[in-house]
Design a protein around this ligand. Sequence first.
Ligand SMILES: [Zn+2]
Length: 297
Amino acid sequence: MKRVHWSGLIVLIVGVLLATPLFAAADTYRAGPVSISLEFQWIRQGHVGIVRVSGVEIVEVRAVFQDRLYRFYPDPLGYVGLVSADMDKDIGIYVMQVWITYADGSAERIDQEVEVNYGEFGRSEVTVSASLLPLMEDDVELSEADKLGNITSRFTPERYWTDQGFIMPTDTEIIGWFGAWRLYNETYWRRHSGTDFKMGSGTPVIAAASGRVMLVELLSIRGNYVLIDHGWSVFSGYAHMSQTFVVPGQFVRQGDVIGMSGNTGRSSGAHLHLEISVGGVWVNPEDFIALGVDKKE
Ligand SMILES: [Zn+2]
């Protein structure tokens, strides 16, 4: 019995060695019938990388990257995963564990190295009225982050957005960049989770893509807020609105007016704060929209 046990172990070790990629920057790695392809050389902090997995008899693909679980979604070319590099995590080489389940119930793990590069974030100073300073407290930040994180970490297997992809909800001037370190009232440092657009109060705010409304609420920091699930672990959030016109559970189409811009919550003047989460991580909205995942020209 011992011989069988040890030979089984050797097969397992050889199997793991065969399944370990040899090239850090390889675009494509093949282990038997499985192909993992990275549609990027590296991912910048706060950005998204597209990963494709193809092979025969695959029924499920998942990956763990930067301690987060990513589900992959079937598409005509195999499976596609949208993997986010957290803006708060260091640059460097990370091992993405790709877990593949086959129709016969067997499973395999392939480790794929992924390089994370500098996000190049700016700094800015913000002054809010003294009455809003209690909203700078850590517990306020954490409870709001938890509330949104519980929703944005969900997986919806359908892709709700159309072949048109995502559109910018406005073409007005950008007045606040994603990921910027912001010094509030010369005291509190915070990261900016989205992009701010110049928009006077009472301007219609439209949905960047089709999806299901998950949350409509007056939040402490984000003010009147709408969060939309676009499927495939992609969510968009619209903050500081003066009015909202949608309800949770409602399906909206790209371009539908979901509310009016405003200055509610922890805000220093009327504007639209747009944020996009992929796999539970806030990512650069402009770059995600430009990425055009599954967009057909
Ligand atoms: Zn903002």
